[in-house]
Design a protein around this ligand. Sequence first.
Ligand code: MG
Ligand code: MG
Ligand code: MG
Length: 306
Amino acid sequence: MSTYVFGHTSPDSDSIVGAISLSYLKNQLGEDCVPTRQGEISAETQFILDTFGGTLPELKTSVAGEKVYLIDFSDKAQAPKDIMEATILGIVDHHKLGDLTTDTPLECWIRPIGCSNTVVYEMYKAHDIEIPKHIAGMMMMAILSDTVIFKSPTCTKVDTKAVKELSKICGVEDYKKLAMEMFIVKSATEGASARNLNTRDYKAFEMNGMKVGVNQLEMIDISALDDRNQEILDDMAAMKEEDGLHTMIVLLTDIMKEGSQLLCLSDDVSKIENAFNVKLENHQVWLPGVLSRKKQVIPFVQPQFS
Ligand code: MG
Ligand code: MG
Ligand code: MG
């Protein structure tokens, strides 16, 4: 019986590439692992697969009775609905510890660094397993995506070192140039519906019995969305209703200006205003320097709900 390896819902490049890179490592170690995904992939991830000739993991949204490895998350709200009926063999992650628990001992590789694929890279080294060229290239791009080309405050020396070593394995010298091409692909919003924009990098969190949804768009220039502001807010209101959210947040992150426009609809907007010590105007505010949801947003929002 195969073990399934997958990342969070609304999978990003780290989740997809992580499923591939961790499965390959486990297979080399004698386990029978299959990379899967919980949803459709982004244009950014497609770019990475195309560039390095990676194979799209199969879609799998139900895991009852299966053995699984989780990568890039440990929150129940980001897992398949029947995750508690699966056996979690291990977690590889770089987020806050979520609310998933297990009945049996598990393998855990969780580190406060820039990317799950950096953790996987460390695992390859620990097991002395060679990384195939195409997987090295995809891991390198996942790290460059998650760390916003090393600009994110989540980025550590471990991540930059991993990228440099992976770039040698995959033979891409000018990895920053390739990463900029990737962010241009990621920034494309023309023709995308408001719902598409609002779910591109959407994550739900359970905060003291209240559900908080946070979507993030990382773009080279967020002014491309200036005239779609109201449309985005209207769809956020619809999502808030549909998903029974207490609070719905959208971060429009400008990776060149290095900050985020925070859009928020909440049953209690003072929680969000207090979290960042700001006042919202037309449901939004500019947060200079804020690039990371996991390090600069969730740790400030969560305490407001406890
Ligand atoms: Mg992720
Ligand atoms: Mg990640
Ligand atoms: Mg990200």
